[in-house]
Each structure stands twice: as C-alpha cells, then as structure tokens.
Design a protein around this ligand. Sequence first.
Ligand SMILES: C[S@@+](CC[C@H](N)C(=O)[O-])C[C@H]1O[C@@H](n2cnc3c(N)ncnc32)[C@H](O)[C@@H]1O
Length: 368
Amino acid sequence: MSQSHLLLYCRPGFEKECAQEVQEKAAAYDIFGYPQLEPNTGYVLFHCYEDEDADYFARKHPFSDLIFARQMIVATHELSELIVGDRVRLISQALREYPVCGNLWVETPDTEKGRELAKFCRKFTVPLRQGLRKAEILTQTEHKSKRTLHLFMLSGEHGWVGYSYSYNHSSHFMGIPRLKQPADAPSRSSLKLDEAFLEFIPAKERAARLSPGMFAVDLGAAPGGWTYQLVRRSMHVTAVDNGPMAQSLMDTGQVKHLMQDGFMYRPVKHNIYWLVCDMVEKPARVIELMAEWLCDDWCKEAIFNLKLPMKKRYPELMFNLQKLKDLLSEVSNDFVVEAKQLYHDREEVTVHVYNKRSVSRRVERHSD
Ligand SMILES: C[S@@+](CC[C@H](N)C(=O)[O-])C[C@H]1O[C@@H](n2cnc3c(N)ncnc32)[C@H](O)[C@@H]1O
C-alpha cells in the first residue's frame, strides 16, 4: 500500500496557502515532496517522495497547528474508474490489505460541484459501510479510537481513499463544524466566535475558561455578533465601537457600550478575562494592540481576526504571527499562540492567545 500522499481539505480559494503551509511544515521533519492543486477546488494533494512519509506526518504533526487545512488525510488509493453498480466491490477489493478502520466518511470538496455530489455520498455511505464491514475493513460498530476511513469523491466515478488518525484530525465530517445560527444573533459573524471557542478551547476546559460572570471586552463590537456569544455565556461585556449595538443586547443589562476608538481604549479595572477583537484593520496594528493587552496582563485570553492581504497571504501571515510571538516572548515564554482559518472565516484567520500557566491554574482551581 503506497501511503505517500497527504490530502488536505481547505477553504476553496486557499489551496495555495494550504500547500505552502504543508510543504514548509513537512520540510521541518525532512519530509519532501510537491503539492498538486487547482484553484478553487477546496483541496490539496501533497505527494511525498518517500513511502510512509505521509503517514509519519499525519501521526506526528499536530493537526491543530495547521492553519489552512480543515482535514488531514493519508491518501492511499486514487480510484478513477468506479463503475456505477460495482463501486462497493471495487473499493473493497482495492482496500483488501487495509488496516482496520473504526468509522467511514464519504466526503466531497466544499464546492458547488461537491455539494451536487453530497446527496449521492450520503446514500452511498450505507451500502459501502455494509460492504466494508463484511470485508472486515471496518469494525462492526463505530470505533472512534481507530482510524477514520475517508472516501473523497471528486465525481461519481473518481475519488481518493485514505485514512486519518482520530487523535490528530478534525472530528467534523468534511472538517466543517455544524453550528446553528441563533435566530436572535445581531449578525452572521456571531458564528465565528462560537466556532473559535469550539476550536480553541478543549471541551473539558470550557466550563473553567468560558464561565458565567466573567468580564470581557469586545473591540469593534457593533452590531454585536461576538458580544452576543459572550452574553449568551452569561458574561459582562464592554463593547467598544463607534457604531450602534443591537438593542436586544443592551436590554440584557450585561453590556456596556463605549463609543470609542478600540486602539485607544484601556481597561480601568484589572478584572478582564476575555479580550475579543474583530476590527477591520491592518494585521500589524492589530498584532501590536493584542500584544500590549496580553503582555500588560489586561486580559487572560484573547481571540482576534487577522485580515489576509491580497498578495503573499501565507508569508505575510507567518511574518505577523512571528512578530506577535516575538513581542510576547519579551515578557514571558508561557504564551501560546494558535491560528486557524475557521469555516466561518473568509479572507482572514482567527488567532487565539493565552498564557498557559495562568490558564492551567484557573482550570485546576475550577476542578477542585
Ligand atoms: C466586522 S465588524 C465587527 C462585527 C462584530 N464582531 C459582530 O459580530 O457583529 C467591524 C467593526 O469594527 C469597528 N471598528 C473598526 N475600527 C475601529 C476602531 N478603531 N475602534 C472601534 N471600532 C472599530 C467598525 O465600526 C465595525 O463595527
């Protein structure tokens, strides 16, 4: 079984950045290869020169460290002649020597073409699962601790088969979290912060790190989509923006609206836990502001957006993230910086920064 391709799903339009990232991060393990991509297809194939390298990377490199990849799969078989009516047998036959997997996802790229195939994929999953269970390629019941088998369909006759490691992949089908837009949220971007909390805060720590009664600051808050997510979690929010906030949020009594410049605002009291920031500004300016808040300990955790430039998106982003890390490391080596292009992000990525020492103290205290 040749295992030397990594298949990465990404937001359509960001294939180049996804490819640059995997190539650079694989090289750090002495893994070399070349990416294959087409614009707006929503995926990248990275062909490694050495057998087993793709598997090694998929096991060793933390999936959470990949900014542009929504899913990371070791792609093993390209199936280009799947004959209608004989697909289950052909796939089972191709996978005769396969390691036993615990789950099956039949997926498509997140594109118009992919969406047209989605109905077929849903229907096809049932007979394929049965066939693979019979062939003992899939466990008889779902096993989340075993590898996940992916069939990535590019058309009805053509697709890739591969697997991901359950401890190092996106736990979401197609790498997309299904979040429901609350009917009363003041803006669609509300889901960005909801997704960011889901992505960056481990489930078992959410009660400690997203607690009722916490104080939060939202810079560039109007009309209030992000503030909504904080209020929903029973926090007290200072919303800074010259624009108007939704009346429904003001009516909760949990929001103080300051019509000020978010770059000039400084907290009066030392009681802020969360800083969130969605101001549309140059990344370099946002980075400096966030570093100041964190280094001066005005907040414990921060989530903010970095808008991507039109050109050189990947190198510019990496430059800005490094700048942030350098500024933070002047004060402490305990800061953790994570970045991800979330499903709800467009021409931007979301960054999360926290001080691991103070956060783990908080989590410990909470569990006492
Ligand atoms: C993308 S919108 C924020 C949307 C908001 N997060 C939501 O979910 O409803 C950006 C906001 O940043 C505000 N903004 C831009 N520059 C600002 C500044 N220097 N100070 C305060 N607000 C600013 C704008 O007025 C705008 O309301």
